[in-house]
Design a protein around this ligand. Structure first.
Ligand SMILES: NC(=O)c1ccc[n+]([C@@H]2O[C@H](COP(=O)([O-])OP(=O)(O)OC[C@H]3O[C@@H](n4cnc5c(N)ncnc54)[C@H](OP(=O)(O)O)[C@@H]3O)[C@@H](O)[C@H]2O)c1
Length: 338
């Protein structure tokens, strides 16, 4: 079997290579790396080997059984259909095909069953902030039903790829030298700042990231009319997105019932701590594959309520991107062998 990683030198691509190395793939599976001509000849370690990065071409990826695509939306739109018509399954990290009704949009723990019988074409990986929100909310939806989601995100700069990481690093250096920070990527400096919108305003009111959370949630949960009120903010953190989530369930529940739903949920670590030094944070969760939930509360401390509040943290490059993509691949391989 041949697996190609396109965008192998990017923030997500590098994590995908690490995830593949840690996955259940057997040693006879050949992993091949592709990026732009700028990176041709660069090397990246994989399971003790040194793999060379190739400049992408359709001809070079021909014969790959699976392509993990992570080279941006414009690139994916232009190339993924042709790659998949060469009989490769493309697992795409960009937003290019997420809302296409013919393309599955998958979080394996939530709607992996949609992939039953899937053998050819493109599969979309959802937006990072949607993935971590739905890993936590889906178990509540299954047990109690769901009437509304109100969410505010605190998103790290690695969500913008290598350019975001560089922008914050450079601006922190500027601050240390008492110089005015130079900003290239974001509309304001990100160091020592919080940006209250991510991406352009698309409907005159909501920004691109907020609409992704709304639309992708509707598609993945199969609840097209669900009210999802999202506010997306960029914060000066290198890795991990945090989210303050409020949900209105389909019925009243008590704290214990909701805790149990979290404790039994796949891919989620529920943390009951009241110690502030142990609360999940980007500091604790960077590099981890799971979604971390804490600070569960009922409405005004009432014993039973339809409304619950909690805090949610996940590494956007791991479960928000690379881990989820490789889990989709493993899900397909498991379906194939069963
Ligand atoms: N960062 C996140 O948290 C996150 C989460 C979910 C989804 N995503 C999505 O994943 C995708 C990649 O994001 P990223 O954060 O990894 O971006 P990134 O760090 O900017 O990396 C982009 C990658 O694409 C490659 N590339 C660019 N133009 C190319 C071309 N013409 N031909 C071949 N390769 C090309 C780059 O290669 P060179 O190094 O050679 O330029 C690099 O490997 C985006 O669609 C993004 O929206 C990102």
């Amino acid at each position: 079997m041949r697996i190609g990683v396109v965008g192998a030198t990017g923030a997500v691509g590098r994590e995908m290579i690490e995830e593949l190395a840690e996955s259940s793939l057997t040693s006879d599976v050949k992993v091949e790396l592709f990026a732009s001509p700028r990176s041709e000849g660069e090397t990246i370690a994989y399971r003790g080997e040194t793999l060379k990065v190739n400049a992408y071409s359709l001809e070079k990826v021909k014969g790959c059984d699976y392509i993990l695509m992570s080279a941006g939306g414009t690139f994916s739109k232009a190339h993924s259909p042709a790659i998949s018509s060469q009989d490769s399954v493309v697992i795409d990290n960009s937003s290019a095909f997420r809302m296409d009704p013919k393309i599955p949009l998958i979080i394996p723990e939530v709607n992996g069953d949609v992939l039953q019988g899937f053998t050819q074409g493109i599969i979309a990986n959802p937006n990072c902030s949607t993935i971590q929100m739905l890993v936590a909310i889906n178990p509540l939806k299954l047990k109690f039903g769901l009437k509304m989601i109100v969410v505010a995100t605190y998103q790290s700069v690695s969500g913008s790829g290598q350019k975001g990481i560089k922008e914050l690093s450079d601006q922190l250096q500027d601050y240390l030298k008492f110089e005015k920070p130079n900003h290239v990527l974001y509309p304001q400096p990100i160091a020592s700042n919080v940006l209250s919108a991510i991406g352009p305003f698309e409907d005159g009111q909501n920004c691109e990231e907020e609409l992704k959370m709304v639309n992708e949630t509707h598609k993945i949960l199969g609840l097209p009319g669900l009210p999802v009120l999202a506010t997306s903010a960029r914060v000066p953190v290198f890795a991990c997105h945090s989210e303050a989530i409020n949900v209105q369930l389909g019925r009243e529940a008590d704290l214990e019932e909701v805790k149990q739903a979290f404790k039994q949920a796949p891919g989620l670590i529920y943390n009951e701590t009241t110690s502030q030094s142990e609360l999940p944070s980007p500091f604790h969760c960077t590099g981890k594959k799971e979604v971390f939930v804490a600070r569960l509360r009922t409405l005004f401390g009432e014993p039973r309520s339809e409304w619950f509040q909690f805090w949610n943290v996940a590494d956007n490059l791991k479960k928000g991107a690379a881990t989820n993509a490789v889990q989709i691949l493993e899900h397909l391989l498991k379906n194939k062998s069963s």
